[in-house]
Write a protein that binds this ligand. Sequence first.
Ligand SMILES: [Zn+2]
Length: 386
Amino acid sequence: MSSLPSFMTMYSELVAVPSVSCLDPSWDTSNKAVIDKLASWFETIGFDVQVNELDAQKGKFNMLASYCPGGDTSGGLLLAGHTDTVPWDEGRWTRDPFSLTEADGKLYGLGSADMKGFFAFVLEAIRRLDLTTLTKPLRVLATADEETSMAGARELSKFANLKPDYAVIGEPTNMAPVIMHKGHTTECVRITGKSGHSSNPGAGLNAIDVMHEVIGELIKVRATLAERYQQPAFEVPYPTMNFGHIFGGDAANRICACCELHLDTRPLPGMSLEDFYALMHGSLAPLQDRFPGAIDIHSMHEPIPGYACPADSAIVQLAEQLSSAKAKPANYCTEAPFVQDLGCETIVMGPGSINQAHQPDEYITLAEIAPSQDKIEQLIRRICAA
Ligand SMILES: [Zn+2]
């Protein structure tokens, strides 16, 4: 394994290669250069590497690196992370986001915490292991487009025979286990009415009037959800629905012909998205009958379900023991619900702090590097060399 670059070299090289994902095409960048680097490093240490281009996003790639003792692909540990970053705020970074810079006991760089750096930690942990002592598969998954559509995590079934017992997603949690988070959906309700002179309401269909009724129904749905679903581990222990954006109409003396509302919902883990959509669409169905063709409701992105891993799972117990930290919920979304669909006990635990994620001058502290490397190494040993 002597040809694997040093930890700091790998870390710097991962940060140096831009892999911004953004719905704005002028920012969006392929993650191929990061995937290529990871693929070559994992091949160097004897891993079998598969790279898949996404069906949903051409030019974006997922990578799976596998070390399967005796060729047995089932079980073992999957360490997972995303290769993309958010865009950076040009005026607010005081350093070059693509140059890993050490200062004040910190390493600064875009993706240093969230989360390209995680792959350097994983490679460093593996470098210290004698791979011949592993008895169970060790795999590393690197995904694309986590920051936008989670398109990469939605295409994991393309990796044949990926059936780990346990998965750890290395998002920045200061190496404390995160075992649940809410999901996320964004819906758009568009009312198409009919314009006309304000003096004769019957000559048109006022979209704002219809929207008023729609919002009334949605507020009832919100109350029903909060009544029906509760998870006391969360600070806000019920599913939320937020009306975040509304626009419509152009002049006070015209019947408003079009009105649009954008709403964000945060479903709880264990709450099926089918139930949620059935409730929401069901509540609007009588209005859709009353105003044929006037009310359209559609999702503005693919929904992300909630996620939870039972607190008594073996992986949670092990992670709590290694980290000396109690498992807790998070208030952000991760790829965990999709990774969990592989059929494995899944937690989120990685170096760095979520407080630095998506922030200018993103950093990880030097002090947490060695302990985090140790914990990742222990995690692999306890699962794959047991
Ligand atoms: Zn992240």
